[in-house]
Ligand binder design. Structure first.
Ligand SMILES: [Fe+2]
Ligand SMILES: [Fe+2]
Length: 188
């Protein structure tokens, strides 16, 4: 999986701004949650950190401004980054990709062999549920982990595929819904 480092850097600074907000969903945000997510899916959304909730709602609003209306795309927008956190059996968030890791990932991706280094850190972190390497594992694998989580809570196959593929390098043959999600994600 590759990332788009310059967009990711911009996203990081957006996220910093979002950290300063209360993270409470606006009225329009709450309406979107009720419209596109089932109650268990909404609970998962609400278990994300405030900055990820803020970012996901911003992605959804960008898609709406782009004229998109597909409900699977909207559900994917709201849940595309849920894999950046881990949750206990009751659905409470128990850990998330910390801020330092988000900063480090952007910096590492700008190195000549950054992607390879991140892959190595992530692979080592898969079996260590705590610590630095696990943070990189969550960060790197969040599309796959998030898609599995969302599928377990009943999102459509198409929504799960959009979540799984949202960090893939862009290709001319990408389905239009995936291209739209990636564009909106990059803008937020
Ligand atoms: Fe993501
Ligand atoms: Fe995102």
């Amino acid at each position: 999986m590759a990332t788009r480092p310059f967009y990711r850097a911009r996203q990081f600074f957006h996220a910093l701004g979002a950290l300063a907000t209360s993270g409470r969903a606006s009225e329009a945000g709450s309406a979107s949650l009720a419209r596109y997510l089932s109650p268990p899916q909404r609970a998962l959304f609400n278990a994300m950190p405030a900055h990820d909730r803020h970012h996901s709602l911003a992605v959804l609003h960008t898609l709406q401004r782009m004229g998109e209306t597909n409900p699977d795309l909207m559900a994917a927008a709201l849940l595309h980054d849920v894999g950046k956190s881990e949750y206990d059996a009751a659905g409470r968030r128990i850990r998330t990709v910390p801020l330092w890791c988000r900063v480090a990932k952007v910096a590492i991706m700008m190195l000549p062999h950054g992607e390879r280094l991140l892959l190595r850190l992530s692979a080592q972190g898969a079996t260590r549920p705590k610590g630095m390497r696990h943070a990189f594992y969550l960060s790197w694998e969040h599309p796959r982990l998030g898609a599995a989580l969302a599928a377990r809570l009943g999102v459509s196959e198409q929504a799960a595929a959009l979540i799984r593929d949202h960090m893939q390098p862009r290709r001319a043959t990408d389905p239009p819904l995936l291209a739209a999600l990636q564009r909106a994600d990059d803008l937020n």
